[in-house]
Design a binder for this molecule. Structure first.
Ligand SMILES: Cc1ncc(COP(=O)(O)O)c(C=O)c1O
Length: 448
């Protein structure tokens, strides 16, 4: 029966049966299957994927080795978690992740099922491990959608939730939208000086701060790449006050930026590394890799029945193998630079394109009313994304003001596919400027 349904039929049923609470929709796209860097709807239409389901599908779709690893584990029917029993894939994965995360100190690994779980576990265990109750995060950050992690985050779409009483939010050095009147010069110093010499002296004693949570590229905040001195200076600030550094690599980690972890671009080490999304190769798997004393702070203090389930860990092991085998760190660096260059060449002359930035295979195209005002143009982003879907490209928009086309393709995309996707984006912007997408067409899609 399902096979004879059209994509439009399924979309209608989704509208009636599936909760809006979990929807950020841009188009009525119905995914029937995926292959490599392409996805297909039930009507046989093929789309190039510039979104990778918010970076879930780092390896693209239908990866044979990941699939085989999962099937092999399911056939053993272990259904094993780690809470009250031990399974080998989980232990092996923990050892792999410990080796992968830079830092010559004793580490352990914690498992959850979503990125939010990982952030939540870290924000719970860090105060217990350090005896310090406060946390610092950055404005524009997205660390999760549990009550705790919404309070830890500081993205405009999450600020309706009042939470995070123990979290102090500091300005992020966004070169395109500098938070202080001084503009983009000395941006890192402006932001970190405010944290260290104002917030720490007024509302937040640094001796009470367990950790600073940070994204080395702030993705949902608008694919913001901070200045190169930000991570080293933040690390130094943490060290001055005995504060641990927790980096959220859930979206940008595992080869996307051209390093295994995005924070490595800053030449620093982290005390806590959060992983999720692409780690499970399509299955829900997240992890925290951290100093032993953090993750051992409270036995049984952060767990789920399925934490560390064997088939998920087997999938993650296969994902790590594939990143090595396909040399995806180097490929993301090279193809990401190519992608950025193509975007600048193809889109840079449009008056509504205010900025193009990124690191490796995460790029953001900021749409504005005009370059003089740089006022965010969210309606144009909604229409471009919709038009791109009509033309055969899946892409989303994000950002603090919902006006940044977020380009995070599967890491396996070829240069020919990059060319194809950028050409569609160009056409989509041209068509929107020519009035080919009506307000009514996008009205049903709240987006962000
Ligand atoms: C940087 C970052 N951290 C955490 C999360 C939360 O991950 P999840 O949606 O899997 O809970 C997200 C999700 O978008 C994210 O982008």
């Amino acid at each position: 029966m399902a096979a004879t349904m059209t994509a439009a039929d399924i979309a209608q049923r989704d509208e009636r049966a599936v909760a809006n609470a979990l929807k950020i929709r841009y188009t009525p796209f119905v995914m029937e299957r995926g292959d490599g860097g392409r996805v297909f709807d039930g009507d046989g239409r093929s789309y190039l994927d510039f979104a990778a389901v918010w970076c879930l599908s780092g390896l693209g779709y239908s990866n044979e080795r990941v699939r085989s690893a999962v099937i092999a584990e399911l056939e053993r029917s272990t259904f094993a978690g780690l809470v009250s029993g031990i399974n080998q894939p989980a232990v092996e994965l923990a050892e792999r992740l410990i080796d992968l995360v830079p830092g010559d100190w004793e580490k352990k690994v914690w498992y959850g099922l979503s990125g939010s779980d990982a952030s939540e576990a870290a924000m719970r265990l860090l105060p217990q491990a350090t005896g310090r109750n406060r946390l610092v995060s950055f404005i524009g950050s997205w660390h999760g959608t549990h009550d705790g992690t919404m309070g830890l985050s500081a993205h405009p779409s999450l600020t309706g939730v009042i939470g995070g009483a123990n979290v102090v939010k500091a300005p992020y050095p966004d070169p395109c939208h500098p938070p202080f009147l001084g503009g983009a010069r000395n941006l890192t110093d402006q932001c970190l000086h405010y944290l260290e010499h104002y917030l720490f002296r007024t509302i937040c004693d640094p001796q009470d701060v367990a950790a600073v949570f940070v994204e080395a590229v702030q993705s949902d905040g608008g694919d913001v790449v901070p200045p190169p001195d930000f991570m080293p200076k933040l690390r130094a600030l943490c060290d001055r006050h005995g504060i641990l550094l927790a980096v959220d690599e859930i979206k940008v980690g595992l080869a996307r930026t051209g390093r295994m972890f995005a924070y490595e671009h800053g030449g620093v080490e982290a005390d806590v590394v959060l992983l999720g999304k692409s780690l499970g190769g399509g299955l829900p798997v997240s992890a925290v890799v951290a100093r032993r004393e953090v993750l051992d702070a409270a036995t049984g203090g952060a767990l789920f029945t399925a934490s560390g389930y064997a088939s998920g860990c087997a999938a993650a092991l296969a994902v790590l193998d594939e990143i090595d085998r396909l040399d995806l760190v180097a490929q993301s660096a090279a193809n990401g630079a190519y992608l950025g260059e193509c975007l600048r060449q193809a889109l840079g002359d449009f008056e509504i394109v205010g900025d193009i930035r990124g690191l490796g295979m995460i790029q953001g195209v900021e749409l504005v009313n005009d370059r003089a005002s740089r006022a965010p143009n969210q309606p144009a982003a909604a229409k471009v994304v919709y038009r791109a879907w009509e033309l055969g490209l899946i892409v989303y928009y994000a950002g603090n003001w919902g006006n940044v086309l977020e380009i995070t393709p599967p890491l396996i995309l070829t240069r020919a596919e990059i060319d194809e996707g950028v050409a569609i984006l160009h056409q989509a912007i041209r068509d929107v400027l020519d009035g080919k997408v009506s307000d009514e067409a996008v009205a049903a899609f709240a987006g962000w």
